[in-house]
Design a protein around this ligand. Structure first.
Ligand SMILES: Cc1ncc(COP(=O)(O)O)c(C=O)c1O
Length: 352
């Protein structure tokens, strides 16, 4: 009966699904496998004990967190807005710019939330295909821009799940032509040297998205932020729910930033782990191809898709992509601790 009232366009809609599964090694969601700094945890506990910290509503504008982020990124706090994960910012940006039937351009293959949020907002998604090696083809995006007059273009760099990046020269070429908002999703930005945050003063149409869910180990607390021109931030904030970020999440994000070097060292460790891990993956008989990666995950093509189920039965979770489409027979593996990587390699080696 409820379905009679449901929006007709949602009858066949497949919501984002991340099933809970038992695991011993969880390398399916690109989280940071290492622990938090003991000082951060101790300060967090202390903070929870203080009167009023969680009984009162949080600061709806996240002033302190934005100030800290502004200091780190050398921008003004007016250039920043925070969300419940960068997922929420994707949703706000779409709400702010997309009217029913408007087009967004989204990479394929890439992160599914751009199209998902857009569909929920009555927008139309046109995918632009990445090249065979999953690199970006800027001329192709420019052609589609001219053809479809999109209201937003999404770029994901490093791209999830392919691990490919787009360099600044290519982005500049695009930004010299396109006038619409361009979202540059840098969820894995801490793993690369060169991001676009320092370009927000030159290009008023860009929004750079960052998250605390990956390098900073706060996936469970859902904190993301956008950096853009003040005009762009004001537009996004029109759609912002009051008190969106919990006070504890904002506090934890600030604590993590206070101990920035601790997390930067973890990033270095993960990058070293990735180098070793990729070499090992290349020697595994059931793996047909290991794609280059600039992020904390690696995309591989397997000969037999059953291996994903086998790993799951061994309580090792990876992200599989089935047997159809551009990611057929691929799985995305998060770079874990040395021990976790070793367990995966040993398990894969058992199945020739
Ligand atoms: C490319 C990309 N963007 C955004 C997100 C969402 O991150 P958050 O946890 O901040 O919502 C993810 C999460 O996997 C991602 O891979």
């Amino acid at each position: 009966m409820i379905n009679d009232y449901l929006r007709k366009d949602l009858n066949d809609f497949k919501p984002y699904h991340a099933p809970e599964k038992e695991y011993e090694v969880k390398i399916d969601a690109n989280e940071n496998p290492y622990s938090h700094s003991p000082e951060v945890l101790s300060k967090a506990c202390q903070w929870l004990l203080e009167k009023d910290n969680i009984t009162r509503y949080p600061d709806t504008d996240q002033h302190k967190l934005r100030e800290k982020l502004a200091e780190i990124h050398h921008v003004s706090k007016d250039n920043i807005t925070c969300g419940v994960g960068s997922d929420q910012l994707i949703e706000y940006i779409i709400k702010a710019f997309i009217e029913p039937g408007n087009v967004i351009l989204s990479p394929n293959p890439s992160f599914s939330m751009y199209a998902l949020s857009n569909t929920l907002n009555h927008g139309k998604t046109i995918n632009y295909e990445l090249e065979k090696d999953f690199s970006y083809n800027i001329d192709h995006i420019i052609d589609l821009y001219k053809e479809h007059n999109p209201k937003i273009i999404f770029i994901c760099t490093p791209n999830n799940p392919t691990g490919t990046t787009i360099n600044k020269e290519k982005l500049h070429k695009l930004l010299e032509v396109v006038k619409c908002p361009v979202v540059i999703d840098e969820a894995y930005g801490e793993f690369i040297n060169e991001g676009m945050i320092n370009e927000v003063s030159s290009y008023k149409q860009i929004v750079v998205l960052r998250t605390f869910s990956k390098a900073f180990g706060l996936a469970g607390l859902r904190v993301g932020y956008a950096i853009a021109s003040q005009e762009m931030i004001e537009a996004i904030n029109i759609c912002k729910a009051p008190y969106n970020l919990s006070s504890f999440s904002a506090k934890m994000a600030m604590l993590v930033l206070e101990y920035l070097s601790y997390y930067q060292e973890q990033v270095q460790v993960l990058l070293n782990n990735r180098t070793i891990f990729m070499k090992q993956l290349k020697c595994i008989p059931t793996i047909e191809e290991v794609y280059p990666s600039e992020a904390n995950f690696v995309l591989v093509k397997v000969k037999n898709i059953d291996i994903i189920k086998i790993l799951e039965n061994n309580k090792i979770l990876v992200r599989g992509y089935g047997t159809e489409g551009r990611l057929a027979y691929c799985m995305r593996i998060t770079v874990g601790t040395k021990e976790e990587n070793e367990i995966l390699i040993q398990t894969l080696n058992k199945y020739k």
